[in-house]
Write a protein that binds this ligand. Structure first.
Ligand code: MG
Length: 385
């Protein structure tokens, strides 16, 4: 039986991981969880799976949770608590499903400690990919991507020679606006942007999908995970979301990964690897006709995609700047402070104007730098709205 730690247990990927762990109780034991919010859900998870360790942000949340649980787990607190949990010697697999750059703390330390890390967080790969790779090498750890496109690429590439790969394609649903005219984007509201056609996800990533910023981050993510130059990574709009990635080899053969759009498939793959689980309720049926379409992205309509390639080409710390700025810009759009079409403009301004005083190289420096960029973008926003 494998012992699992789950960081970010009450978010979208966290809850889907809990669903799988409850389904496969013979194979996995939940050893510890962390959560920052949605504490009622955390208490439910605690009562159901009784993890012996729980990491919480502070005394207040710890008291709230302890008073409501019928068993006595060991409670760990704050950033130090996240690090302690990630290093627990008895853990085998660490699922990192925290959103935002904070995921760097548990991901980095779990890799250093030699755990298999199932990484559902893209911010730490985009912003500090070199640190993640360094920790993985030092700890001789397995790093399993949980993002659906990267899980697909991992599966397509695992037995292949990278020198025979001509290019890879990441598919994008295109969000709700892929077939809108450019000038129509002026009237996009948060309500419209939050209606993602194929994936159920949190609000930040749903907006990032509508702007294609998410796909841009995924391009950087893929270049780090698979050591691929950006020129070998392309994006295809595929609104049905059944094909998650494609790999083209030098002889022109193209292989695709096809499945239902359900995150449990990528999570289960990372948990069971190198085996596979029987997820019969998630099988794709061809009893009805299935029509798949692919088209190149419209760069004018989705300037965020070009910004990601630009930041990726400039290298560290530009992807970190883009990612940190996006964490401020997206909530500003959701709160109605800026228009949808202003999102790429503010990101671009931050990339151009943020003054890099020093290149951050440690986990602590990355987190501090991230905060500086966020403050810079917040000031830009205050200047215009
Ligand atoms: Mg994805």
């Amino acid at each position: 039986m494998k012992r699992v730690l789950l960081f970010g247990a009450t978010g979208s990927v966290g809850l889907q991981t809990i669903h799988l762990l409850s389904q496969f109780k013979e194979e996995f034991k939940l050893l510890g969880v962390s959560a920052k919010s949605q504490l009622a859900k955390l208490i439910e998870i605690g009562e159901k799976l009784k993890p012996p360790f729980i990491a919480l942000p502070d005394e207040g949340t710890a008291k709230f949770v302890q008073e409501r649980l019928t068993y006595r787990p060991t409670i760990l607190l704050g950033d130090q608590g996240l690090v302690e949990l990630a290093q627990l010697p008895e853990a085998d697999i660490v699922v990192v499903a925290i959103s935002g750059i904070k995921a760097l703390l548990p991901a980095y330390h779990a890799l250093l400690a030699g755990k298999r890390v199932a990484l559902a967080n893209k911010e730490c790969l985009v912003g500090a990919g070199f640190l993640i790779k360094e920790a993985q090498a030092k700890g001789s750890a397995e790093l399993m991507p949980v993002d659906s496109e990267h899980s697909a690429l991992f599966q397509l590439l695992r037995k292949e020679k990278m020198s025979l790969v001509e290019r890879v394609y990441l598919t994008a649903s295109g969000g709700p606006f892929w077939d809108w005219e450019v000038d129509e984007l002026e009237r996009v509201t948060p309500e419209l942007a939050l209606r993602h056609p194929t994936w159920q996800m949190g609000p930040k990533i749903t907006i990032d999908s509508a702007t294609l910023m998410n796909k841009g981050f995924e391009v950087i993510e893929a270049s780090i995970l698979f050591d691929l130059p950006l020129e070998k990574i392309e994006v295809l709009i595929h609104p049905q979301s059944f094909v998650h990635s494609l790999v083209e080899f030098v002889d022109g053969s193209i292989f695709a990964h096809v499945s239902k759009p359900d995150m449990r498939l990528s999570i289960a793959y990372a948990l069971f690897y190198p085996e596979r689980s029987d997820l019969h309720d998630l099988r794709l049926s061809f009893k009805e006709s299935l029509i798949l379409s692919f088209q190149p992205p419209d760069w004018q309509k989705f300037p965020c995609l070009a910004l990601a390639y630009q930041a990726g080409r400039l290298g560290h710390p530009y992807p970190l700047i883009l990612e940190a700025s996006d964490e401020v810009v997206v909530p500003a759009f959701l709160e109605g402070r800026i228009k949808f079409t202003q999102i790429p403009l503010i990101l671009e301004k931050t990339l151009k104007e943020f003054n890099i005083k020093r290149i951050p190289s440690s986990v602590e420096e990355i987190l501090a730098f991230h905060e500086e960029v966020r403050n810079f973008t917040e000031e830009l926003l205050n200047g215009i709205c």
